[in-house]
Design a protein around this ligand. Structure first.
Ligand code: PCA
Length: 323
């Protein structure tokens, strides 16, 4: 009798098939559905679906719709979402290591950015793991430029200008320039510009195009200060709860997504700046006096970061310089 019962249950399991038992995850991301970072996340999720033969479904919630940008990391840490994507540098208040990708002029090309990512990976994995997070991959934004609502001739013209920051690094640059920073998520940027809460920022051509900033700003100085990253990570308990195939699929699709997203960023960079120009913005180099001031700020901030990030920061710095 007992034997019969077991046979019935297991044959039922077989006929129902694997997908009825699919694990379903939520994935909050902060940026809009048409941004290349989100498009790359969608391809990643499709890749995981195919690789796991439908046994791991990930629902992407774009534009901060499930959790706002600044809530995503904590949600994943606590398991309120199993997986998420976040600009980790915005969490440098927790650990300066998270700002490794936003040190001005430390790595300002795609090639250098990849080398810095590799140098930082072991430390980043360790720090995130202590927060119950498993690192999957990261993808750079295009090089960061200075957006203004009127051309500036010298650093004096920047003083007192209201500035949109997306992390502590951007806020610190603004502060050193005598500007007035306020932290604002990209999802809220358009309104902040329209209402005059801010009139300048440091970001990529990608975000400028997403938010059609030519409606409110005039100038993009392509200073290539750094290439910040969106990082995709998973709650450690959720990861541990997967079977081996599912874990392997996440890992391999993450590697594919990292390469694909990096290629997308690189290929799209020129077109973004062109779109800003096509819509009437001036997109040249910064005036020499401003470029020189930014270079000086870069030196100050590199020293500050190395100092604040301690031995972990030094390990990243040394590994990067040794590449
Ligand atoms: N865009 C994002 C972060 C960096 C970038 O280029 C933003 O402005 O929010």
């Amino acid at each position: 009798m007992k034997f019969l019962l077991i046979t019935t249950v297991s044959s039922l399991g077989l006929t129902v098939g694997a997908s009825a038992f699919a694990e379903t995850w939520d994935m909050p991301v902060a940026y809009g559905a048409s941004n290349y970072q989100t498009e790359n996340v969608m391809s990643f999720v499709e890749g995981v679906d195919a690789c796991t033969e439908g046994s791991l479904k990930i629902n992407v919630h774009a534009n901060g719709s499930l959790f706002k940008g600044d809530e995503i990391k904590r949600a994943v840490q606590l398991g309120e979402a199993q997986i998420g994507e976040r600009l980790l540098s915005a969490h440098a208040n927790e650990n300066p290591i998270f700002a490794y990708d936003s040190v001005p002029f430390l790595a300002s090309s795609f090639e250098a950015s990849d080398a810095l990512r590799d140098a930082a990976a072991p430390t980043l994995e360790k720090v995130l793991s202590a927060q119950n997070i498993h690192l999957l991959y990261s993808v750079p934004w295009p090089p960061q430029g200075l957006y203004l609502s009127q051309d500036a001739a010298s650093p004096d013209d920047l003083k007192g200008v209201k500035f949109r920051a997306y992390n502590a690094t951007t806020a610190r640059v603004a502060e050193l320039l005598g500007m007035i920073p306020t932290q604002i998520e990209a999802a809220d940027l358009k309104q902040a510009l329209a209402t005059g809460v801010v009139s300048s920022m440091i970001s990529s051509g990608s975000t400028g195009v997403d938010e059609q900033v030519w409606e409110d700003m005039t100038t993009f100085y392509d200073v290539k200060a750094w290439l910040p990253r969106n990082t995709v990570f998973v709650n450690k308990d959720a990861f541990a709860g997967l079977n081996q195939t599912q874990q392997d699929c996440l890992t391999s699709e993450a590697a594919t997504a990292q390469t694909r997203g990096t290629d997308m960023a690189e290929q799209l960079t020129g077109g973004f700046v062109q779109t800003l120009a096509d819509n009437g913005m001036s997109t040249g180099q910064a005036p020499d006096a401003i470029a020189a001031e930014l270079a000086k700020i870069g030196e100050t901030m590199t020293a500050e970061w190395v100092e604040s990030a301690g031995s972990d920061g030094k390990a990243i710095f040394d590994a990067y310089l040794a590449e």
